[in-house]
Each structure stands twice: as C-alpha cells, then as structure tokens.
Ligand binder design. Structure first.
Ligand code: 13P
Length: 255
C-alpha cells in the first residue's frame, strides 16, 4: 500500500536545547490533539541529535530520519556517518540526493546511488529527492532533469528492492523561497514521476510508490497540495521548525 508521509527536514538548524524543545513540542501537540493514524510522521534532525530523537520517540508513532549518510560502508573516512551506524541508532529513514547536497557538496548521481544502496542494505528507507532548477523549467527541461535523476540514482535497483524507496519532488526554485509549486504543477510532475516508475517496473510498483512534495510547503498551502491524487505527503523544511505549524501540515490531509 502507498504510504502517506510528512517528514520534517530541519537542515542545519537548532542547538541541542532547541532540538529537545522542538521534539517535545511535537509530542505534546500529538498528545493533546492526536495524530492521524494513516499519516507517518518523520523527523530528520541534524545527525548529532539523532540519539536524542530516537530516545524521545521510542515506542511513539513518529520516526527518526537522517539528513545524510556516507556512501562508504566504514573505515577511514573522517567526519562521515555510515548507514550501519544509523541503523544501530534505530534510524528508519534518510534523505538522499537533496539539492543542497548536490549544490554545496558536489554530490553526484553516482554517489547518491551508492548512498541509496548503503541505506537499503541496512533496511533504512531512502527519501530520494529530485527536482529541477528554475532555468531548467523555463526552457521546458524539467521532466528530462528528474527522469535522469531517477534513472541514475534509483533505476539500477531490482523491483523488490525499489519498493522501499520514497521519492520527494523538490523543485529547487521552491526551496526556501516562499514560492511554492502550484497544486497543478505538483500534480503534473508527481504523475510523471509515477509514470516513470510504472514504465521501469510495473503498474503496481508505480501505484504503490510514495511521492512527497517539498518546497515552501506550509500550513496554508499543504491541504491544496496534498489533495492531489499523486501527492502522498510532504518533505518540509522551514515550516518543520515550529511544532504547531508542522503538526497542522500533518493534519492537512484531513482538511
Ligand atoms: P523549505 O520547506 O524550507 O522550502 O525546504 C524544503 C526542503 O528542502 C525540504 O527538504
């Protein structure tokens, strides 16, 4: 079955105390107002706070995710964190291929594919990001860009393994800009992405793949975006840093 997910990507924000407060605030909100059973909530704090997150979320219906993983299995890679380490901390999800990592850390499709493989070998669900830059959309290249990203980063996987993948469509021009994709633009791209998965594997795999939208998604526009048949939730940046705002995005499915 296709899952519905709302994941918060905190990026490089919050000190330890603020991270503690943010998780506590989300849990407090859930205790008071409940969480829809059919929505999986995932918090992706900086790696340094993953232990805090997995401890606080133990036995609760909220999962912890990492923002990055090394493409290497282990050994002399100063500063890196392996998929095995994440798995040993009960981390269930990990973002890969985010445009900020592609841009600022020169991550290539090949490295991203290796990261996907490492995560899958540790049974961690990759949240695989794809999305075009503004100039690529302006010349009508947006479909080709995401097609290449999926083909190089994901389509080496066998069907049985691919079933664990979550895709996040994040148009780069919408990230942190306040310019959200329109509901129509999101649905059009999500339907295209689902079609690519159908063509690569089969109809069932396409139908069951969870595809999230990310890019200036907030409590005001989430209901509109999530109402689309091919939008299965969101990967939320800035708006995931406030408990009330984040939880009202989680509840937007039912508005
Ligand atoms: P914003 O929600 O801040 O635009 O960030 C989106 C994002 O990059 C999530 O991964």
């Amino acid at each position: 079955m296709r899952k519905r997910i709302v994941a918060g990507n905190w990026k490089m924000n919050n000190n330890f105390e603020e991270a503690d407060d943010l998780i506590a605030g989300i849990l407090d909100d859930i205790e008071k107002a409940g969480k829809p059973d059919d929505i999986q909530v995932v918090l992706c704090p900086p790696s340094l706070y993953l232990e805090l997150a997995t401890d606080m979320l133990l036995d609760l219906p909220v999962s912890a995710g990492a923002q990055n993983v090394s493409q290497f299995e282990g050994g002399a890679y100063t500063g890196e964190i392996s998929a095995q380490m994440l798995a040993s901390m009960d981390v269930e999800y990990c973002i890969t291929g985010h445009s900020e990592r592609r841009k600022y850390f020169n991550e290539t499709d090949e490295q991203i594919a290796q990261k996907v493989n490492s995560l899958l070998s540790e049974s961690i669900t990759p949240i695989f990001c794809c999305g075009e830059q503004l100039h690529e959309r302006e010349v009508g290249n947006h479909f080709k860009v995401v097609q290449e990203q999926l083909s190089k980063g994901l389509f080496h996987l066998r069907k049985e393994v691919f079933k664990k993948i979550v895709i996040a469509y994040e148009p780069v021009w919408a990230i942190g800009t306040g310019v959200t994709a329109t509901s129509g633009q999101a649905q059009e791209m999500h339907a295209y992405l689902r079609g690519l998965v159908r063509d690569q594997y089969d109809d069932l795999t396409g139908d069951e793949t969870t595809i999230l939208y990310g890019g200036s998604c907030n409590s005001k526009n989430a209901a509109d975006l999530f109402a689309n048949p091919d939008v299965d939730g969101g990967l939320i940046g800035g708006a995931s840093l406030k408990p009330g705002e984040f939880m009202s995005i989680v509840r937007s499915f039912h508005n």
